[in-house]
Ligand binder design. Structure first.
Ligand SMILES: NC(=O)c1ccc[n+]([C@@H]2O[C@H](COP(=O)([O-])OP(=O)(O)OC[C@H]3O[C@@H](n4cnc5c(N)ncnc54)[C@H](O)[C@@H]3O)[C@@H](O)[C@H]2O)c1
Length: 321
């Protein structure tokens, strides 16, 4: 059934997005009309500027080497014109905006917080096109609980579409089937992956799905190494040497160190009274950097093991831990 799709995941793309109906024939990335929504005109303008810059940067080489550079540039402009924006709640307080009534697919990417996600899905159930598939980009949260936000009549339309950062580069798309996700919603999510030239895989609904479930264990061990005296750069070098394309700490800077903290607090890990840890050691170091407001690429400071990615403004503060 899918007609259109879109991708997102990192902060520059991570906003609630909805896709207008159309196109008869789909062409790759960004040849699809997309509406991007965030909470205020200022946030929307910032996101729009980052998307434009990213897309122009990635198209610059193609334009330079094209036989007809003017036509290539016009193509970039035409592609970017397919992206429109809306500041949710500005038309009517508490409302998502009229654009949501006309889309085929919504991809929600608000912060990793169950209460916020459920509120957004409640609004989507009320305001989005009744036939739209409602996708969530959550990294770890339960699709079933998010679907509860949409209510029993709409839970079948809810499915996970977990993109990986940076979403315009990473090919894996981890789709997540909730217990009430309809076959149409799951098929749509899989088709989204194909249309975007990604590799869609289907996961069951569990903590961290596939990728982040694997990451959890080795992420904790990486943090323990630093707690015991290694530097984040040393740990990342070891991981690179082992064959990982990117170390754990560079990845945390790229994705945003705050996401892990949000996940750990959602699951009660940061609460010392919580039984979640089951008596196991907790890597408290991982909370120090985000709690200090160092959110990696989002704030320009973090673990800073790969300065070109993190563009650090100051020295990392982990040695004081
Ligand atoms: N950052 C990554 O690398 C990455 C990768 C995969 C998945 N994710 C997932 O994507 C989601 C977003 O993560 P992030 O790091 O981009 O978070 P973020 O905090 O950087 O961005 C969240 C955005 O959602 C907006 N928002 C919040 N409430 C809203 C509402 N009611 N309506 C519209 N917009 C609203 C915020 O203004 C903000 O722009 C999370 O679920 C996260 O787990 C992130």
């Amino acid at each position: 059934m899918l007609a259109s799709s879109f991708f997102l995941a990192r902060s520059e793309f991570s906003h609630t997005c909805c896709l207008p109906p159309r196109p008869a024939r789909l062409t790759p990335l960004f040849k699809i009309p997309v509406v991007l929504a965030d909470q205020s005109a200022e946030l929307v303008a910032g996101a729009r500027a980052r998307i434009d810059a990213t897309y122009k940067r990635s198209s610059a080489f193609k334009a330079k080497t094209a036989k007809d550079p003017a036509a290539a540039e016009a193509d970039v402009a035409a592609t970017l014109s397919l992206l429109t924006t809306v500041a949710a709640g500005t038309e009517q307080p508490g409302s998502l905006g009229a654009a949501f009534g006309e889309v085929d697919v919504v991809i929600e990417a608000v912060m990793e917080n169950m209460a916020v996600k459920k509120a957004v899905f409640k609004a989507l159930a009320a305001e989005a096109n009744p036939s739209a598939v409602l996708c969530t980009n959550t990294s770890t949260l339960s699709i079933d609980e998010i679907a509860d936000g949409a209510g029993p009549a709409n839970a079948g339309r809810v499915v996970g579409t977990h993109f990986f950062s940076p979403a315009h580069i990473m090919r894996l798309l981890e789709n997540v089937q909730g217990s009430r996700s309809s076959p149409e919603a799951v098929a749509t999510a899989m088709e989204i992956g194909k249309v975007l030239g990604k590799v869609p895989v289907l996961s069951g609904n569990c903590f961290g799905f596939i990728g982040n479930r694997m990451l959890e264990g080795y992420g904790q061990e990486a943090a323990f190494c630093v707690e015991e005296g290694a530097t984040p750069a040393e740990v990342d070098r070891a991981l690179n040497g082992f064959g990982m394309a990117m170390g754990l700490f560079a990845m945390s800077d790229l994705a945003g160190t705050d996401i892990g903290l949000l996940v750990r607090s959602q699951f009660g890990c940061t609460d010392s009274a919580s039984p979640f840890g089951n008596g196991r050691r907790y890597p408290a170091l991982l909370d120090v950097i985000p709690n200090a407001g160092l959110h990696g690429q989002k704030t320009g400071s973090g673990w800073c093991v790969k300065p070109s990615l993190a563009e650090p403004r100051g020295p990392p503060s982990f040695p004081s831990f």
